[in-house]
Design a protein around this ligand. Structure first.
Ligand code: CA
Length: 465
């Protein structure tokens, strides 16, 4: 026992010499774009939209080529990310309707957000931008869910021009369309519209960093861009005279505004000497809805809403200077579910044993210390359409159409999911199908009605949400 103590004590001194920078409770900044295509950042090969600042996260850190979210539309994907648990475990499997005072129309009180997990170990948390996990009900507002600061909108999207934001009180907005026109909330108070919304969120992110030094923090910079409506100012549109398609041009301008925001935020971290204390991640909440916002998921198949790769494989990169290698490419599948587990592990936060996290601490994997697969399996279920996927290593089982036959793809050879191997590899297909059924048996049915149940929703949208 004594010997063990000595070994661990000296090991401790060896690894953590006195005076070294304390990185045991790193800050976390997650920058999440909304409906950004897989191929619409420079680090994934985009040519017509320059994203030098977003790309710098990949070149200063690790680009994850197989980075997934846990659902191919906004609300459920965010519920998975913010809890670190498959949202199908707790019934958040639809985009919620905007019913501002309905406590069921959002994240259940029974689950904890990253902010709630990190608060007991001294973290200060802020969310800037889109919430989409409930609205004004007592258990729904981000300030009731562990966040110390909120600057953003509660619904699933927002208009970008100040003159469009004409409803002061978001608690009185009726339905999704009106929620897009409300004033922005600072904590609980509406603030008068000021500038192009993406710029406003970027300013607020820099302000958050400037105001919150000296304590560990978690910042969720949740841009609603480039989700529709497609709106941009001439400052950004003028950069894209080379793009003729007006839809793609406005989309490009919106992505460029995010990139500028990422640039000023990274600059602030540099200026304040926080880069070695801060993990900065960039990803999208789901794949690009190609026809709606002119995004591009090439070469992967499908779009937002799909269980094809185009629905849930997203641009995904993270940096942590001094800890993660620079310019590395990581190819094993990783997930947005991993952020909660990473932070719990690094900070010593406690998790309810009855509700284990579905993610893993990514850092040992990205540093190359652990060469195993972070996830033996990654799962997806869309209850309303009975569509599924299971990823294991290079193989993916997919049931792309409601109650359809399982198909099998080798994503290393066939990233575009074009050659169904179901007949060639029946054993693997059968194994993954069993795994799919076992996982599904752990899930519950959705607990609230979604946007798809609104009578005004058109049939095409219903099919894909
Ligand atoms: Ca989205």
């Amino acid at each position: 026992m004594k010997l063990n103590f000595k070994i661990s004590f000296f090991t401790f001194l060896f690894w953590f010499p006195l005076g070294a920078a304390d990185i045991s409770k790193p800050n976390l900044i997650v920058i999440m774009a909304d409906d950004l295509g897989y191929a619409d950042v420079g680090f994934n090969g985009c040519k017509d939209i320059g994203t030098p600042n977003i790309d710098s996260i990949a070149s200063n850190g690790v680009k994850c080529t197989n980075g997934y979210v846990s659902y191919p539309v906004c609300g459920p994907s965010r519920a998975g990310f913010i809890t670190g648990r498959y949202q199908q475990r707790f019934g958040f499997e639809r985009n919620p309707q905007y019913k501002p005072n309905d406590p069921n129309m959002g994240l259940t009180r029974k689950e904890k957000t990253i902010a709630e997990l990190l608060a007991p170990v001294g973290y200060h948390s802020g969310i800037i931008g889109k919430w989409h996990l409930g609205a004004h009900a007592p258990t729904s507002h981000p300030m009731k869910r562990g966040f110390d600061e909120f600057y953003g909108h509660l619904g699933g999207g927002h208009r970008y021009m100040p003159e469009d934001l004409v409803i002061k009180d978001s608690a009185k907005a009726k339905g999704e369309a009106e929620s897009y026109r409300t004033w922005i909330l600072k904590n609980y108070s509406p603030v008068p519209p000021r500038k192009y919304l993406t710029d406003e969120f970027s300013d607020e992110a820099v302000s958050f960093v400037e105001r919150n030094q000296g304590k560990p923090f978690f910042l969720f910079l949740s841009y609603n861009a480039p989700h529709t409506p497609l709106q941009a100012t001439s400052k950004y549109l003028d950069r894209f005279s080379h793009i003729e398609n007006p839809k793609r041009k406005t989309y490009a301008a919106m992505v460029s505004a995010i990139d500028d925001g990422v640039g000023v935020l990274l600059k602030s971290l540099r200026k304040n000497k926080l880069e070695e204390k801060t993990i900065v991640a960039f990803l999208s909440d789901n794949g690009g809805p190609i026809t709606k916002n002119a995004s591009n998921n090439s070469p992967i198949r499908g779009a937002k809403g799909d269980v094809w790769e185009g629905g849930h494989r997203v641009p995904f990169a993270l940096q942590w200077k001094g800890t993660l290698p620079a310019g590395k490419r990581y190819h094993h599948p990783v997930s947005s579910l991993d952020f909660a587990a990473t932070m719990v592990d690094l900070s010593g936060a406690k998790v309810d044993k009855a509700k284990p996290l579905d993610g893993v601490n990514l850092i040992p994997y990205l540093k190359g210390e652990n060469t195993d697969l972070p996830h033996e399996y990654l799962y997806l279920r869309k209850f309303d359409q009975q569509r599924y996927s299971v990823r294991k290593g290079k193989y993916k089982l997919v049931i792309p159409f409601p109650n359809g036959k399982p198909q099998l793809y080798d994503l290393e050879d066939d990233v575009g999911e074009t050659s169904d191997l179901a007949l060639d590899k029946p054993k693997i297909l059968s194994e993954l199908n069993t795994i799919r059924q076992d996982w599904s048996a752990q899930l519950i049915e959705p607990t609230f009605m979604g946007l798809i149940h609104l009578p005004t929703r058109n049939k095409k949208k219903k099919r894909n949400e």
